[in-house]
Design a protein around this ligand. Structure first.
Ligand SMILES: [Zn+2]
Length: 425
């Protein structure tokens, strides 16, 4: 019975993917028909002779204008009158400019356009009564869907797919608390939906923040959708398909709330009667609980150690990112192996009494940049969970985007032929 449902589900996803693709081709066809007439900087370029150039060493606005038959008094007038809009002294070497010249034999400059940056420009219209103004190029947004399999590094894979480096940075920020991007596995997969900016529909001008992402690390899928939970403060966070915040901070304790007693805090000046009241620093936090109580990972990460050693007894150590690791001692038994990727809240072992311990507890050790610190005193990144009242709204909101993500196919480079292939998953 379950199998039949599986097939139904697969068919439903397939058909919705096919529908999406149909929609895409339709949209493309419409764009092709509505191609705009050729206009540049708001001028009908058919009427002028166009010169594109960049400001060179020794160039000045006056020199360029004199070379293009604009008389000296007019140049002085522009320099004085339009100082606020166009300060002739502030033109910079290397900046592109455009001169629209008359089509007659004189080729006199009619319009001077200075490009302040890729989008903004300043126009000096030299015809009749001179005027100067600032303007912007038309920016259009094109949504892009990419999917890939990691061969060596994330940036290399995204680069191969022609994705801006800014998107790579954005993706690593979104998953900073979930996936350790310096320890990626070959075969990890990703899918991203984002928009690219284009000037005049053709010139690439950067990327917008990621709209949705999917990352599969060691076979564990993690979705990411941006969502604003606090409309007043405009807090934008990324959440997974179960409304869990990806910027998840560490759980307060490695045992579910209500099942433990905090028996000993981190204390560098601890004195113990047994040792003749000598200082025996305690760099862990002890949570007493009955033998067999599940111990959970306080944040997503990769298991770097799962072993038994001396006073620690049976323990597990997890690396969360370049900064933080956590360690869980005196287990009765571990549930995870070295190299395994675990998510926050996953059971990694059970409370026991292995190693040096007077009673059943888990000694929780928190490492920051290789040194042990007190997690209860650390300023850790805070992450607001989605309120229960917003959860249904959130899940409704992401449903179509999730379908769109699920429909993206992975592209991989075949090493020998360097051909982009499409993988069907
Ligand atoms: Zn301890």
């Amino acid at each position: 019975m379950q199998k039949i449902w599986g097939i139904f589900l697969a068919l439903a996803i397939l058909s919705s993917c096919a529908e999406n693709q149909k929609k895409d081709t339709k949209a493309v066809a419409q764009i092709a028909i509505e191609k705009p007439i050729e206009k540049k900087y708001g001028f009908d370029i058919e009427k002028f002779k166009i010169v594109h150039d960049t400001i060179k060493n020794g160039d000045s606005f006056g020199k360029l204008m004199l070379e293009n038959h604009v008389d000296y008094p007019k140049i002085v007038k522009i320099a004085e009158e339009f100082k606020d809009t166009f300060d002739v002294k502030r033109i910079k070497v290397g900046k592109p400019y455009v001169i629209l010249k008359s089509k007659d034999t004189l080729e006199k400059a009619q319009v001077f356009i200075y490009e302040n940056d890729r989008v903004n420009y300043t126009v000096v219209d030299l015809r009749d009564s001179v005027r100067a103004y600032k303007s912007k190029k038309e920016v259009s947004y094109v949504q892009r869907e990419v999917g890939g399999v990691i061969e060596s590094s994330l940036s290399q894979s995204l680069d191969t797919l022609g994705v801006d480096y800014a998107v790579t940075i954005n993706l690593s920020e979104i998953y900073a608390w979930t996936v350790d991007f310096f320890k990626l596995e070959k075969g990890d997969k990703f899918k991203i939906i984002y928009k690219e900016r284009y000037i005049n529909d053709t010139i690439y001008a950067g990327s917008e923040p990621i709209e949705a992402a999917y990352f599969e690390h060691k076979g564990v899928p993690i979705y990411a959708f941006p969502y604003t939970t606090d409309s007043l403060k405009q807090i934008l966070d990324y959440y997974d398909d179960e409304a869990k915040n990806l910027r998840s901070t560490f759980l307060r304790a490695p045992i579910k709330f209500g099942s433990y007693r905090l028996s000993s805090r981190y204390n560098l000046r601890r004195r113990i009667a047994y040792y003749g009241y000598k200082v025996r620093p305690h760099r862990g936090t002890d949570y007493a609980a009955p033998v067999g109580t599940p111990i959970i990972a306080t944040a997503d990460g990769t298991v770097t150690e799962s072993t038994r050693r001396g006073g620690n007894g049976k323990y597990v150590k997890i690396r969360h990112n370049g900064t933080y690791s956590t360690q869980y001692l005196h287990m009765k038994k571990q549930k995870v192996k070295k190299g395994e990727f675990v998510r926050q809240g996953d059971v990694i072992g059970w409370v026991g009494m292995t190693g040096n311990t007077g009673g059943p507890h888990v000694c929780y050790r928190f490492w920051k940049n290789g040194a042990q610190v007190d997690p209860l005193r650390e300023k850790l990144p805070t992450a607001e969970p989605i309120a229960d009242s917003l959860k249904i709204k959130y899940l409704d909101h992401i449903a179509p985007i999730k379908t769109q993500l699920d429909c993206i196919q992975y592209k991989v480079f075949e090493k020998e032929e360097d051909n982009l292939l499409t993988l069907n998953e």
